[in-house]
Design a protein around this ligand. Structure first.
Ligand SMILES: C[S@@+](CC[C@H](N)C(=O)[O-])C[C@H]1O[C@@H](n2cnc3c(N)ncnc32)[C@H](O)[C@@H]1O
Length: 227
């Protein structure tokens, strides 16, 4: 039974972009020593090999509140809990972090390697010359698309863009940008499944992307290099 002023500590670990060997040593130790290891099923698949005796608590978008409530109740009984997040914690993971913060009294963050770092490496660009925009969220993305357009027209920075599975993917984004006046011959890159089997990188024009009927992986990142 938890009391009103009881400490509920929880840890969140960023597990990297998919390759289990991209989990940090700190992340491995934290996961190996936890009594409960919580995360979306795809995330747990990445770190399963580092779990020793901990109880795996897979969650889905539907039952995530219930699974996190269960984890909280177990922490109140004295067990330790790690919640695993894809990639790095500071990159498009705010909704999950907020859910954990609502339940825990203290949250320890163990950063990981982000897919956007991989996208930088594969594109040959630098973070300090780049801007990151995510459409991967429940909230309205109208202002993000306006911002994207603004910075594309300005041309001062590379733009790293996370599409939204599966209704706002690269082809539709490219179509919208052309409609909004961006030059169809502008070059873009699309990286899929970075660090994983089947990884691929494509470079072409916005028009090629708009015309493509390819089914993009939900693990896709678009990169617009600065002029
Ligand atoms: C909710 S965001 C989480 C990002 C994560 N926190 C990170 O640092 O990589 C998920 C999105 O990140 C991108 N992503 C994550 N892993 C990827 C990978 N291995 N290859 C390509 N894109 C990836 C995709 O756009 C995916 O829809």
């Amino acid at each position: 039974m938890s009391t009103a002023n009881q400490e509920i500590p929880m840890t969140i670990v960023g597990v990297g972009p998919g390759d289990p060997d991209m989990l940090t040593l700190k992340g491995q130790h934290t996961i190996a020593n936890a009594d409960l290891v919580v995360g979306f099923k795809t995330v747990l698949n990445v770190i399963e090999k580092w779990v020793s005796t901990g109880e795996l608590c897979p969650m889905s978008y539907r039952d995530q509140e219930d699974v996190l409530d269960y984890a909280r109740s177990e922490v109140a009984k004295g067990r330790s809990c790690v919640v695993c997040a894809w990639g790095d914690l500071n990159v498009s993971a705010k909704e999950l972090i907020d859910r954990v913060r609502r339940r825990a009294t203290t949250v320890t963050l163990v950063p990981g390697v982000s897919s956007i770092q991989f996208a930088c490496s594969r594109s040959g660009i630098y973070m300090e010359e780049s801007l990151f925009i995510t459409l991967h969220k429940r909230a309205d993305t109208g202002s993000d698309l306006e911002e994207l357009l603004h910075h594309l027209n300005e041309g001062l920075r590379n733009i790293i863009l996370l599409p939204r599975p599966f209704d706002l993917m690269p082809s539709l984004i490219a179509q919208n940008l052309i409609q909004a006046g961006v030059a169809p011959n502008r070059t873009i890159m699309v990286h899929q499944r970075l660090s994983l089997e089947g990884e691929q990188s494509w470079e072409g024009t916005l028009q090629d992307c708009a015309d493509s009927s390819e089914e993009y992986s939900d693990l896709s990142i678009m990169v617009f290099k600065k002029d």
